[in-house]
Design a protein around this ligand. Structure first.
Ligand code: ZN
Ligand code: ZN
Length: 142
């Protein structure tokens, strides 16, 4: 459940990111997928470049790193910053991704949704348009 009573919306579980992103984007049918590490954990620290539109996640359980979708392509020119919760200064998040697709099903726009695992504050650090096609492989690596 999302708590909308305070200045920043917060959620008590990762699934609240879905609703948050749909409200944030004003797209009630937005497709949202969870991001999970191969170890099964869904808690990450995040490095984000808001200008380039690229995200590197690091699992706080097993320390495995992964790029979000096509982020690796742009990483060499990125100046990433660590995501720190604006409310509680925690640096661990649940992450989900919203997709806007064209008629052929190709991903056109990507929205990152994040939830602070400590205080629950919801946000979207970054969203970006997709230039080249996102392969099914990349999509399945979420
Ligand atoms: Zn892991
Ligand atoms: Zn927080």
């Amino acid at each position: 459940m999302i708590d909308k009573s305070k200045q920043y919306w917060s959620g008590d579980c990762a699934a609240d990111i879905d609703e948050y992103l749909r409200e944030y984007t004003e797209l009630p049918d937005l497709e949202v997928k969870p991001v999970t590490c191969s170890c099964g954990s869904d808690c990450f620290t995040v490095l984000v470049d808001q200008d380039e539109g690229a995200v590197l996640l690091k699992c706080t359980h097993c320390a495995e790193e992964k790029f979000l979708l096509d982020s690796a392509e742009y990483w060499p020119s990125c100046q990433p910053k660590a995501g720190i919760c604006r409310l509680c200064k925690n640096a661990e998040y649940n992450v989900r991704v919203g997709f806007v697709r064209d008629e052929e099903g190709r991903i056109q726009w990507i929205y990152m949704g994040n939830r602070c695992t400590d205080c629950g504050v919801l946000g979207s650090y970054v969203d970006w348009g997709v230039d080249s096609e996102i392969s099914d492989e990349l999509e399945q690596m979420l």
